[in-house]
Design a protein around this ligand. Structure first.
Ligand code: FES
Length: 160
């Protein structure tokens, strides 16, 4: 069943609330568990979370939008994270970011219209010696160039 189907959402939300509601500061662990289960935090989960924690919907929504790690829509099939930390910035990460945004037609946190790629920033992948770096799933790529990015994006679109 897709992760955006109502029964899957309500089950994941109920399990997250149940697991954490008694903890102090339960909101963040609940949101993280929902995102880990579904890949995003659906807006439809906000009322239930707010009620369970005795918070307003605005408070819950405020936390979701404050932390860029939380996504309110499903991600694309591949999440490409481009490093924007110092070492990568020093050797052209910003040009790589501009190229990626332009060629994919998205900003950070956006997903391409074909649903193939979501672009995210990340701050150091521990691969500074091979800057600029990016990550797709568990794979980290170093010395990434705009041309290399185009090849990688084409491969991801073909499902490689
Ligand atoms: S600064 Fe980019 S990998 Fe460390």
């Amino acid at each position: 069943m897709p992760t955006d189907s109502p029964p899957v959402i309500s089950d994941a939300v109920a399990r997250a609330i149940e697991a954490h509601r008694e903890r102090p500061g339960a909101l963040l662990p609940i949101l993280h568990q929902i995102q880990d289960s579904l890949g995003y935090v659906p807006p439809s989960s906000v009322p239930g979370i707010a009620e369970a924690l005795n918070l307003s919907r605005a408070e819950v929504h405020g936390v979701i939008s404050f932390y860029h790690d939380f996504r309110e829509t499903p991600a694309g099939r591949h999440v490409v994270k481009i490093c924007r930390a110092e070492s990568c910035q020093a050797v052209g990460a910003e040009q790589l970011v501009e190229h990626a945004c332009r060629t994919l037609g998205v900003e950070f946190h956006g997903t391409t219209v074909d649903g193939a790629i979501t672009l995210e920033p990340v701050y150091c992948l521990g691969n500074c010696a091979l800057s600029p770096a990016l990550q797709v799933g568990d794979a980290v790529y170093g010395r990434m160039t705009p041309k290399g990015f185009d090849r990688l994006a084409a491969d991801l679109r073909k499902g490689r």
